[in-house]
Design a binder for this molecule. Structure first.
Ligand code: NDP
Length: 287
């Protein structure tokens, strides 16, 4: 079996076009374009690329973007003061603080200060709580993007046995909740998990989010499984690979995401969807 590719690049472009149409329709109704404020602290090279991609996607979809680049030496209180200003700025519907933050800044405390109605990353405890309860809210972008990929590929989740590798607050944990709500039976693996290859081998759906290059071996993948690779790892030769041994896994899987061009672009597309959603929720006529 050779797996069908789940083309995140193409699907994300479709999502961004849909957002652009909805933004244009908003403007036709006399409403402002949604506004996204992006804060980058310090000079992390990968963050610079991620932020640039997010700002480009805003431009493509007609979302206004406000970029705030602050030095690595910024204090916690100065960063919080910036967030407070953005919280009360009516032109800003969404606030994103690009991770990672420098070591002297408490990321959880920063997330806590973002107005939950503007928390387009979906990391605020209020939004995570709503996700936990299965209520509507701003959902973490990467798991939301994975759910969109599955949906757009016509993949049925209900009743599937899903194994999620990784339990981080931004990917693994919310991913598990999304799949649980969609009717999957979930197993969440992490660094303390025993007999991990056996658990993977039983999965109908594998989501790998560990940050370990080519960790999931092809021989672990059940024939006909769906393989979603969230990992982004840069090798010494500069190339990007996922957490799955793609070439080997694609020989057994039914569906697989490539890296790059799989989940990565979907994270950006979901961010735009969240920003539009935040703007719509804040409309005075929203119910
Ligand atoms: P974290 O480092 O926060 O979490 C990694 C998780 O993997 C942890 O739960 C850890 O377990 C687990 N883990 C690490 N090593 C092993 C192991 N040997 N066996 C089993 N479990 C292990 O990473 P993130 O969740 O932030 O990101 C994961 C990957 O996804 C990275 O490659 C990152 O770059 C990528 N990413 C991609 C995005 C995209 O848009 N495509 C967005 C965000 C992230 P424990 O909790 O026990 O330590």
């Amino acid at each position: 079996m050779t797996a069908k590719l789940i083309d995140g690049k193409q699907i994300s472009q479709h999502i961004i076009e849909q957002v652009a149409l909805r933004v244009a329709a908003r403007r036709d109704r006399g409403k402002a374009a949604p506004g996204l404020a992006v804060i980058r602290v310090g000079e992390d090279a990968a963050s610079r690329i991620y932020v640039r991609n997010k700002l480009k996607a805003c431009e493509r979809s007609g979302v206004n973007s406000y970029s705030h680049e602050v030095p690595a030496s910024t204090s916690q209180s100065d960063l919080v003061a910036l967030i407070n200003r953005l919280n009360s700025d009516p032109a800003v519907d969404g606030i994103l603080v690009q991770l990672p933050l420098p070591g002297h800044i408490d990321g959880d405390a920063v997330t806590d200060r973002i107005d939950p109605s503007k928390d387009v990353d979906g990391f605020h405890p209020y939004n995570i709580g709503r996700l936990m309860l299965g209520l509507a809210g701003l959902r973490p972008c990467t798991p939301r993007g994975v759910m969109t990929l599955l949906q757009c590929s016509g993949i049925e989740i209900d009743g599937q046995d899903a194994v999620i590798l990784g339990r981080s607050n931004i990917v693994g944990r919310p991913m598990a909740l999304e799949l649980l709500h969609a009717g999957a039976t979930i197993t969440v693996c992490h660094s303390r998990t025993r007999e991990l290859p056996e658990k993977v081998a039983n999965a109908d759906l594998i989501v790998a989010a560990l940050g370990k290059p080519r960790f999931v071996q092809g021989s672990w993948v059940k024939t006909g499984a769906i393989v979603i690779d969230v990992g982004i790892n840069r090798l010494d030769d500069g190339s990007l690979v996922g957490d799955v041994d793609f070439e080997a896994a694609r020989q057994r899987a039914a569906w697989i995401t490539p890296v790059p061009g799989g989940v990565g672009p979907m994270t950006v597309a979901s961010l735009l969807e969240n920003t539009l959603q935040a703007a719509e929720n804040r409309d005075p006529d929203a119910s």
